[in-house]
Design a protein around this ligand. Structure first.
Ligand code: G6P
Length: 372
């Protein structure tokens, strides 16, 4: 087993380190010589994809958070109304789904029963389903109309890491493909995003190379009983995923919030010493997202929170209000989740290990939940 872990303490740690190749391999072979997106494997009628008037992303757990991230990109690029819903909620609320609905199902294992039941329900209503899955020949791809596999390699640790990054990557490719097909983006705009995507594996590696400082922080917080996570835009689902990782493997109370929601409630939780992770978007973005997040950090810091800010290289504005800054390489905000999630995984893993827990086999959880 030690050999299978590639010299790491756990599969989870190994899989965190596998992420540059998980993203690289998921991009591989999906562009032709001219840099055009091909996705031949989709084998789905193009006229159908052109006529889609709504996208519904369904998944559970970490895969659902990947779906939330993807929604920001897909709607922005394709201008198709996009919803994201937990598969078990979607299935039982009589959703409006028809021949013009494209359902995108995300699943690492391809065996999650809640997701499978939602797929069956959507197809009965006439929707087409594209599965983004990591396991060849599993039930979800078999029961879907088309497949776009992630190539993260087998994920052993129960808490998902590399599958999450691969799901975001594949969902982004699908979004760009739809935008290309439907003429929502110019070829050079698509080419620019693809180039940025291809630069991500190296940037993820840079974050991993800085793991020691993050690990030390996780180890040092072994006694902490509650951690909050704040983010806006794509940083919001990243915050939710950061909290989920801590719940799953470190068994502590953790919650993610949309930073803008702070003043509508969660700020009441802030007391001196409360640890709060904040995911800061790129300060180079065109909107005021970054300055809004900086004011949120300022607000919680003023109330005594211990702030751990994940920020881009060169973002100096966060420094005045951060107790700790974790740097990630510069990237467009939409792609930042592929970087900002990684420190949260490393942190959770180190904190759980400091508490003496088996990070690969957390209590009460299964790698894939094959019952409804
Ligand atoms: C379980 C696992 C999670 C995973 C979720 C969805 O709850 O513990 O890590 O995110 O199932 O799994 P799937 O295989 O469909 O991505």
């Amino acid at each position: 087993a030690a050999a299978e872990k590639g010299g790491f303490n756990s599969f989870m740690e190994k899989e965190i380190h596998d992420q540059p190749s998980a993203v690289h391999d998921t991009l591989l072979g999906r562009l032709d010589e001219t840099g055009q997106l091909t996705l031949d494997e989709l084998r789905i009628d193009e006229s159908l994809l052109r006529s889609v008037d709504k996208i519904v992303v369904i998944a559970c757990g970490t895969a659902a958070y990947a779906g939330h991230v993807a929604r920001y990109a897909i709607e922005h690029w394709c201008r198709i109304p996009t919803e994201v819903e937990l598969a078990h909620e979607f299935r039982y609320r009589d959703p409006i789904v028809n021949e013009k609905t494209l359902v995108v199902a995300l699943s690492q294992s391809g065996e999650t029963m809640d997701t499978l039941m939602a797929i069956r329900h959507a197809r009965e209503q006439g929707a087409k389903v594209i599965a983004i899955c990591n396991t060849n020949g599993s039930s979800i791809p078999r029961e879907s109309d088309a497949n776009l596999y992630t190539h993260a390699g087998p994920e052993i640790a129960v808490a998902s890491t590399k599958a999450f990054l691969a799901q975001i990557t594949a969902a982004y490719l699908l979004g760009l493909y739809l935008a290309q097909l439907r003429g929502n983006m110019y070829a050079d705009e698509i080419g620019e995003v693809l180039r940025e995507l291809q630069a991500m594996p190296e940037k993820i590696q840079t974050v991993i190379d800085g793991a020691d400082a993050i690990k030390a922080m996780g180890t040092g917080m072994g006694e902490t009983e509650s951690v909050l996570f704040l983010g806006r835009h794509v940083g919001f689902p990243v915050a939710l995923e950061g909290a989920l990782k801590l719940k799953e493997i470190a068994y502590i109370h953790a919650e993610g919030f949309a930073a803008g929601e702070l003043k509508h409630g969660p700020i009441a939780l802030i007391e001196p010493g409360q640890k709060v992770f904040v995911i800061a978007p790129s300060p180079r973005g065109r909107n005021s997202l970054h300055s809004k997040v900086v004011s949120n950090i300022q607000e919680i810091r003023a109330r005594g929170a211990e702030t751990i800010v994940i920020a881009e290289e060169g973002d100096e504005a966060v420094e005045a209000y951060a107790n700790h800054v974790i740097r990630v390489p510069q990237s467009p905000t939409l792609l930042q989740p592929l970087l900002s999630t990684v420190p949260l995984q490393i942190f959770a893993c180190a904190m759980a290990e400091a508490k003496g827990y088996d990070v690969d086999q957390p209590r009460n959880l299964a790698k894939s939940v094959t019952v409804e």
